[in-house]
Design a protein around this ligand. Structure first.
Ligand code: DGY
Length: 328
């Protein structure tokens, strides 16, 4: 159904709190059915119902699109646009097979996510939340020479696992902190040359780094790659930061590594499950900073993601090139 035809394209929007600018772009040219969150989180059954009768989906991270669901797609269904750069909630290969196009939102969240990664490095190493908690509960007795000390970034070795857009941006920002070396591993091998970052293998990165940062996407190859063996290679003084996906980490192994001081600390913006139960053992640890998946949560990034996700749908409905389509 081309949009120039009389009837408007039908788009299902998986929640009612997407940024307004993107929604308004869509509203001009499409009929939207928006899932009201007051009814609870969207169910799979609802998605199955919707994919049969709509032309497009506008979704986010929590909306799982698997092969079975895609099989239910009606003949007009053309495109799924996710307001995220991560695609691990979508079976992209099955979508391709079903000739359904997939739009996503790279680039517009790179700097925001890299900034939050730096924030977590500092929050964890300089013990910001632990210190704030101590102040609030009256444990601050006097200025004390060694109280709340931690390692600084200056002079440290940083290891970045996954050197795509976000990993590279983190590396560039870290130069300003006068770190001594930046190591990285992953499929990209030459991207670090310009800034003097060194490509290395995974084990070497773990053994040598004072800070290990995860910036890869979650794929079958990266699932649970941070396991007990890998944590045991890290320095006991090292800090682990993950702003990518919880699924990259064997979380039980991480918990043990933190409890047994195999590593010194962790800063996590993503975990398993999300939301993590408030009584989960990770929430009890002073050497673990947990954030509720807010890497891209600047007003600018979230708005730009919403707009790009809308533009992707509009382009696909017109059979045009999408501004950001994943090709497999
Ligand atoms: C993404 O885009 O994949 C992030 O996890 C949320 O911004």
């Amino acid at each position: 159904r081309r949009m120039s035809e009389k009837s408007k394209a039908k788009v299902f929007v998986s929640r009612d709190d997407f940024p307004a600018e993107g929604m308004n772009l869509l509203k001009e040219r499409c009929d939207l059915e928006i899932w009201p969150l007051k009814k609870g989180l969207l169910s799979r059954d609802e998605l199955v119902k919707q994919i049969k009768v709509k032309d497009a989906f506008y979704i986010a991270l929590g909306d799982k699109i698997d092969k079975e669901l895609l099989k239910s797609a009606g003949k007009n269904f053309k495109v799924i646009s996710t307001m995220s750069v991560g695609l691990d909630h979508i079976d992209v290969a099955a979508a391709k097979e079903a000739k359904i196009r997939i739009g996503y939102t790279p680039d517009v969240l790179t700097e925001a996510t890299a900034e939050l990664t730096i924030g977590l490095l500092i929050a964890t190493s300089r013990r910001l939340f632990e210190a704030n908690k101590a102040l609030r509960c009256g444990d601050w007795k006097s200025w004390s020479p060694l109280w709340m000390c931690g390692p600084g970034l200056e002079g440290s070795t940083i290891g970045i696992f996954g050197f795509g857009r976000i990993g590279q941006s983190v590396a560039k920002k870290l130069l300003a902190f006068r770190v001594s070396r930046i190591l990285y591993c992953g499929r990209k091998k030459k991207e670090g040359n310009e800034i003097g970052a060194i490509h290395t293998d995974f084990d070497c990165l773990l053994k040598e780094s004072d800070f290990v940062i995860v910036n890869c996407s979650l794929t079958p190859e990266t699932k649970c790659v941070f396991n007990k063996d890998k944590f045991s290679l890290m320095k006991p003084t090292s800090i682990f930061v993950n702003t990518a996906r919880g699924g990259v980490v064997d979380q039980e192994a991480l918990l043990e590594a933190l409890q047994n001081k195999v590593i010194a600390g962790a800063g996590l913006d993503c975990m398993n499950p999300e939301p993590i139960p408030t009584d989960h053992p990770l929430t009890k640890l002073d050497n673990c900073v947990l954030l509720p998946h807010i890497g891209s949560a600047t007003f600018g990034s979230r708005n730009a993601m919403g707009v790009l996700a809308a533009q992707n749908i509009l382009a696909a409905l017109d059979d045009r090139e999408m501004p950001a389509e994943i090709k497999v």
